[in-house]
Design a protein around this ligand. Structure first.
Ligand code: PLP
Length: 392
């Protein structure tokens, strides 16, 4: 089906931070499957994990214990504030699981009959019916009504607005079951969360027994320079979700939560493929490589290098660029609203120069390279981006 507006480019192979098209032209990949290929392309650790697990046992049902699933869950629990993990196949599916968990918690622990989940305007949580409803962007919801009931939207990083909405919704009887936020809004334009805001939201949730759910689908697995975006904000969520970078490019998602809010029982939630041996073995190889090769340090250093280079470009093209922002290796170049060039035009010009970039909304160009990107590759990308900006 024609669900994608594709670029006229056919990619056939990749290695590290480079991909090649069907005419054997190479591109520096600062899209990484949209913040997904943590270790770049064809990383030896992933190749070995796929090969070995495929030769051993690639799929069995969740009716049985699956060692690589247990190993991956243990790694995640050991490296986060979570105690429990449910595996699925994508970011949207992980958020669906989190929504179901929060609703069940509201029903069985708080006696709320019609739970409401508050989410942010300009957020992005996925394309299934519940997650597209949670997404605070009407353009993604148009023509898909009736949407799922039980969602309410507030401006991002705006404490007064959030407090007012909770007060209004809970005025007669408690209704607010959870607040669902991205630590940094990715699709919504690479907008970092405000630390003071998130810390106050955490307090508010504690005071009112509201669950704080963080969507770490894009910010998780080291992308922000910490393993989880919420570490950058200095808070712990009750529930958070992961996907994208977790598998480094194989389809996996996860719902992670504290033991105190794990109200799921056998039969409540399931997935045929979720947590299968093949994807879990690969995801575990991604996790272990991140740790063994101290990749978070690289994310912090390369992130600073990239932002500083983008600031230099912003000074060189002041008529075009209004702001550079981001954390670690998720960064955005915002174009001024009062000039005619759009993000997609910059992306197309960069592609001509041999650099792959992706828009985050109409005015922001997003830079989300593999987390293994080298200093030299960041310099090359900045030089190619300079050529693209000169063209547009
Ligand atoms: N949540 C966030 C923050 C995302 O950025 C995305 C995808 O871009 C999703 C959820 C949906 O993930 P998926 O496309 O794997 O369903």
């Amino acid at each position: 089906m024609s669900t994608y507006g594709r670029f006229p480019l056919t990619l056939v192979r990749g290695a590290g931070c480079r991909v090649w098209d069907d005419r054997d032209r190479s591109y520096l990949d600062f899209v990484a499957g949209i913040a997904t290929c943590t270790l770049g392309h064809a990383h030896p650790a992933m190749v070995q994990a796929v090969t070995q697990q495929m030769q051993t046992l690639h799929h069995v049902s969740n009716l049985y214990y699956i060692p690589p699933q247990g190993d991956l869950a243990k790694w995640l629990v050991d490296h986060s504030c979570a105690d429990r993990v449910f595996f699925c196949n994508s970011g949207a599916e992980a958020n669906e699981g989190a929504i179901k968990l929060a609703r069940k918690y509201a029903h069985v622990r708080r006696g709320i009959e019609n739970p409401v989940i508050v989410t942010a305007q300009a957020s992005f949580h996925g394309r299934t019916l519940a997650t597209v409803t949670a997404t605070g962007q009407p353009k993604y919801q148009q023509n898909f009504s009736p949407l799922v009931p039980g969602f309410h939207y507030v401006p991002y990083n705006d404490l007064a607005a959030l407090e007012a909405v909770i007060e209004a919704l809970d005025a007669e009887t408690p209704q607010v079951a959870a607040i669902l936020l991205e630590p940094l809004q990715g699709e919504g334009g690479v907008r970092p969360g405000d630390q003071a805001y998130f810390q106050r939201v955490r307090q508010l949730c504690d005071e009112k027994e509201i669950l704080l759910i963080l969507d770490e689908v894009q910010t998780g697995m080291g992308r922000t320079g910490h393993l989880w975006g919420h570490e950058t904000l200095g808070i712990e969520p009750d529930i958070f979700t992961s996907a994208k970078g977790l598998g480094g490019g194989v389809p996996i998602g996860a719902v992670l939560c504290k033991a105190s809010c794990d109200v799921f029982q056998p039969g409540d939630h399931a997935s045929t493929y979720g947590g299968n041996p093949l994807v879990c073995a690969v995801a575990l190889s991604v996790c272990q490589t991140l740790e063994r090769e101290h990749i978070l340090q690289n994310v912090q250093q390369r992130g600073e290098q990239l932002r500083s280079g983008l600031q230099t470009l912003a000074s060189k093209y002041p008529h075009l660029i209004s702001e550079v922002r981001g954390w670690g290796l998720i960064n955005g170049l915002e174009l001024k609203p009062d000039q005619p060039v759009t993000a997609i035009e910059v992306v197309k010009a960069a592609m001509q120069e041999g650099l792959l970039l992706v828009p985050a909304g109409p005015q922001v160009v997003r830079f989300v390279p593999p987390l293994i990107v080298s200093a030299e590759e960041v310099e090359q990308a900045l030089a190619l981006c300079d050529l693209a900006l000169a063209q547009v």
